[in-house]
Design a protein around this ligand. Sequence first.
Ligand SMILES: Nc1nc2c(ncn2[C@@H]2O[C@H](COP(=O)(O)OP(=O)(O)OP(=O)(O)O)[C@@H](O)[C@H]2O)c(=O)[nH]1
Length: 157
Amino acid sequence: MHKLLIGVNDEDVRLMLWDTAGQEEFDAITKAYYRGAQACVLVFSTNDRDSFEAIPSWREKVEAEVGDIPTVLVQNKIDLLDDSVIKNEEAEGLAKKLKLRFYRASVKEDLNVNEVFKYLADKYLLRLEQQTAEEPELVHTTSNKIGKNLSSIRNLA
Ligand SMILES: Nc1nc2c(ncn2[C@@H]2O[C@H](COP(=O)(O)OP(=O)(O)OP(=O)(O)O)[C@@H](O)[C@H]2O)c(=O)[nH]1
């Protein structure tokens, strides 16, 4: 588990990140990891066709387990564009089909990584504000203590 602190407007948001194994054979184990997640990063690699093909099924699995949480699609290893096995239109098409914001990133070159988490934290806080506006009786419950902690972003790659 990794921790990350980012600023959204004038709030500090603490993120806890779980990186799950992508392999289907670990399904039962990874499910336990993303249970309770409040946001999700679906990652595929520029040079790995299988990781791209697996995205829709991951999306379904996460949705079945935790519902509709803030989610993004990320194409990682964009520094390896010369070895790309995924056309730009395909990646953009998938994002459109799944109705997800799409980022191209390189963890190696620290490209767009912060942007991904900032977007998710932003979206999470916005939803939280909407929820508390709609259900003000929840404001003082314990569930809101976690409000400023985006505690379960899990990275599925
Ligand atoms: N070139 C390049 N390599 C990367 C990038 N991000 C991660 N890697 C490399 O990819 C390998 C796997 O990285 P991990 O962090 O283990 O990611 P993972 O999700 O477990 O990925 P896989 O094991 O490949 O499914 C490592 O050798 C990383 O150094 C990137 O943006 N560009």
